[in-house]
Design a binder for this molecule. Structure first.
Ligand code: TYD
Ligand code: MG
Length: 435
């Protein structure tokens, strides 16, 4: 600034360097002689077994269990089950002989004990600490040298000597980074809870995503009895895996056969605007219902609303439908919904969404027992997708006998009679009409 905003004087401002009083946020430098590069093949692989968390679905999300020395961030809306999940995990690990410290920074010891009673874990060896001061937490962790440290939640943990308020981005970054370094230094597994927040005084868990090894989020809403946990980052496994749980009166239980969890029974009602998508989530196929509703829009600009799918992707699909299936949507409000609170991000959902919208517009239900998958190109062509064989097998297993799929899907064997192969959106609509 050339001009002082206070007195209006020009060139009166003088630059001053303020000593950074914030403590060093950088990792302590290793001794110089240790810093030499090593040939790749000589790096010792630490093949320590992973620890089972006692919940098969959570192990799946983590890529087969917790890796000692790793840092995991578990995010989600308030009340969705983060504390429940981690207390169960802590209890299971403690029962398997690991020493577990559970730091609750936002609840009292009594509240944690009450939750443990519900989870039938009140006789657990988990060591609980109601503490939000980072220095105290780190001191205790150093003293106890545990195998596992759970911090619920990291957002309430603060350093009193930092000027910013607890819950701010600075505090969150500082507390998260320090705990992760301590975990790497001492070799304990660190599990952090982060609340997903709307814009506001409390910083969201996104800030910590690059600091930790694995990030998993609870998906969907808490009005369903099932809960979905998805890994969005994982240095020790795939990121596409979903963990599916049911919230019971004794905590979260893994859902054994989730393929049809999101359908109302194996043969859903035939209804215009409904289509069953064979979605591949990680290594698993889920059959989910896509619903579309089109209504004449009242005002000039037509609305497009989506739940469970990307709105931009749906806008593209609607354009393809309009252009290549000759269905006029310009004056329609279009709503697209994935039933059951699951999010589908893969392009393989395109064809099912398009057919649901066309069905809704033409008030025509799809033939009974149809499962659909395929990606749409801008030219209306139906493109092949991955994991076709698993999608077909899973759909047939649950009693869906007609599979609508991309024409160019390569399959080595199987009953072609049940397959409806389509190369183009128009072809798919025509073939289904004739069935
Ligand atoms: P909680 O784990 O406290 O959510 P978060 O830590 O993500 O804020 O609990 C979520 C909800 O689950 C709460 O409304 C109570 C319910 N619940 C059960 O239904 N069964 C149980 O056994 C427990 C412990 C909680
Ligand atoms: Mg909680």
């Amino acid at each position: 600034m050339g001009k002082c905003p206070d007195c209006g004087e020009w060139n009166s401002l003088v630059e001053q360097v303020v000593e950074n009083s914030a403590p060093d946020l950088h990792r302590p430098a290793p001794p110089i002689e240790d810093a030499a590069p090593v040939p790749l093949r000589e790096i010792q692989l630490d093949t320590t077994a992973r620890w089972n968390t006692g919940l098969s679905e959570f192990d799946r999300v983590l890529g087969g269990g917790i890796v000692p020395g790793s840092a995991v961030l578990l995010g989600g809306d308030p009340g969705i089950g983060k504390s429940t999940l981690l207390l169960q995990v802590g209890h299971a690990l403690a029962s398997a002989g690991r020493s577990v410290v559970y730091v609750t920074s936002e609840e009292s010891l009594g509240q944690t004990r009450m939750r443990a009673t519900r989870l039938r874990a009140d006789q657990s060896d988990v060591v609980v600490m109601a503490q939000a001061n980072l220095d105290v937490i780190m001191n205790q962790v150093r003293k106890r040298n545990p195998d596992v440290v759970i911090v619920d939640s990291i957002q309430m943990v603060y350093r009193p000597d930092l000027p910013s308020a607890p819950g701010s981005a600075t505090q969150l970054r500082d507390a998260g980074t320090r705990l992760v370094w301590l975990a790497k230094q001492m070799g304990f597994a660190l599990l952090l809870v982060g609340h997903v927040t709307k814009e506001g005084a409390i910083a969201g868990p996104k800030i910590l995503e690059h600091v930790v090894d694995c990030v998993a989020y609870f998906e969907g809403d808490r009005y369903q009895t099932h809960r979905i946990v998805r890994a969005v980052k994982n240095r020790y496994g795939s990121t596409e895996e979903l963990g599916i749980f049911e919230m019971t009166d004794a905590g979260l239980q893994p859902v054994r056969d989730p393929a049809t969890l999101f359908l109302d029974g194996a043969a859903p009602r035939r209804q215009p605007g409904s289509a069953i998508l064979a979605a591949a989530e990680g290594t698993r196929v889920l059959l989910v219902e896509v619903q579309a509703l089109c209504v004449q829009s009242v005002f000039g600009a037509a609305k497009r609303k989506t739940t469970g799918v990307d709105a931009a992707r749906v806008a593209m699909i609607l354009a393809v439908v309009e252009k290549h299936a000759r269905v006029v949507l310009g004056d329609q409000d279009v709503f697209v919904n994935i039933v059951g609170g699951v999010r589908v991000a893969e392009p393989a959902a395109d064809l099912a969404i398009a057919l649901a919208v066309v069905g809704a517009m033409q008030r025509r239900a799809l033939p009974a027992g149809c499962a659909i998958f395929g990606e749409l190109g801008l030219g209306g062509e139906v493109r092949a997708v991955s994991q076709s064989r698993q999608r077909i097998a899973e759909a047939q297993r649950v009693g869906l006998t007609r599979i609508v799929l991309p024409a160019r899907t390569a399959l080595d064997s199987g009953s072609e009679s049940s397959l409806v192969r389509c190369g183009h959106l128009g072809e798919a609509i025509a073939q289904l009409r004739d069935l």
